[in-house]
Design a protein around this ligand. Structure first.
Ligand code: 3HC
Length: 309
């Protein structure tokens, strides 16, 4: 008689989605809660650097687009928190892990948005990198996560296009706007390729995540795909990517690129990035100031439940 572990792996290998009520190894559940919660936290924290520019958008059209994007990210967070809850963790536990610094979120959101061009660079590079990773996650073995990704990816492509289009406008603008554009690309290029995580040899979770088809491609493969897809877009923007090692390698059929500064990456992941402290403070403040809204919503729900009983 096959063990539950063997039956589970056979389901995964047969590309049958694992659902919330199915038996799953504790380790599988744990790593999914870890990854999905970090993903959800990233969406919520990611609203902060962009939200910072809503009142300063250069015109009404850009303001409307940015408001809609930031609102989408809140929805992505909601989707992902709901997917995490199907694994047996509560919303309060998730938020407590974020607010106490126990849970990670993507390193990229610990960098400041210094000019309007940073907002375009986030759309083009950060959402561009996120799409590479999230399209892969549409095929992840855990059903609720895979289904959440389908809707998220549809909105993500709008995020990437709006960012690129806003940079294209700057690239056709004044010398000052072109300078602002280049400086933003200089700031966001390397942190964007760090988003894919440590190199495969340093990744502590990849082996299991690949066996269980949580991850379908490795960190380095996705990173390479992102670099290869972005070079031509940079050329059209007329920007220089801040890596003099970037060069097409005919033999590999990919672009070679320079060494990532892993000290910077781990520094930011460990909480010592330019904005880590500010981001967490903002999230805790929003949580505390939003208590009355949660209480009112719960009271209303309670009242409706009593009325319906
Ligand atoms: N920032 C912070 N921590 C990171 C990281 C990053 N960019 N990359 C890796 N890490 C952490 C991992 O969480 C892990 O730590 P842990 O074991 O304590 O959780 C450690 O570094 C080792 O990394 P691994 O490669 O072993 O970890 P994973 O197998 O989890 O792979 C990942 C990392 C590829 C980011 C994977 O977790 C993943 O695919 N996550 C879901 C997608 C996601 O979070 N995307 C980025 C943010 S979403 C976004 O950008 C929204 C968009 O709308 C803007």
């Amino acid at each position: 008689m096959n063990s539950p572990e063997t039956l589970f792996q056979q389901r995964v290998d047969a590309e049958i989605k694992i659902e919330a009520r199915d038996w799953m190894p504790d380790e599988y559940r744990k790593t999914l809660i870890r990854q999905i919660s970090q993903h959800a936290h990233s969406e919520i924290v990611g609203m902060l650097p962009e939200g910072n520019w809503i009142t300063r958008a250069p015109n009404l059209r850009r303001k409307l687009i940015l408001i809609s994007k930031v609102q989408d990210e809140a929805g992505h967070g909601l989707y992902l928190y709901s997917a995490a809850e199907t694994l047996g963790i509560t919303r309060d536990q998730l938020f407590d892990q974020l607010h106490t610094g126990k849970a990670k979120y993507s390193s990229i959101f610990n960098y400041p948005t210094l000019t309007w061009a940073d907002i375009g660079a986030i759309g083009w590079l950060v959402d561009g990198a996120a799409i590479m990773n999230q399209v892969m996650l549409c095929r992840t073995s855990y059903g609720p996560y895979a289904r959440a990704m389908v809707k998220i990816c549809k909105e993500e492509s709008f995020h990437q296009r709006q960012g690129y289009e806003s940079l294209l406008a700057l690239s056709k603008g004044s010398a000052a706007q072109q300078k602002m554009l280049q400086e933003a690309v200089n700031r966001w290029w390397w942190p964007s390729i760090m988003m894919f995580g440590p190199s495969d040899s340093e990744s502590t979770n990849s082996e299991k995540s690949m066996l269980w088809k949580i991850k379908r491609q490795s960190n380095d493969d996705l990173r390479q795909r992102f670099v290869d897809a972005t070079i031509d877009q940079a050329r059209i923007l007329g920007v220089t990517l801040p890596d003099d090692k970037l060069k097409w390698n005919e033999e590999r059929g990919h672009y070679d690129f320079g060494e990532i500064d892993w000290t910077e990456f781990w520094n930011v992941v460990k909480g010592n990035g330019p904005c880590n402290k500010q981001r967490l403070e903002a999230r805790v403040k929003a949580w505390n100031e939003g208590e009355w809204v949660r209480e009112a919503a719960m009271a209303h729900a309670e009242k409706r439940k009593k009325k319906a009983a």
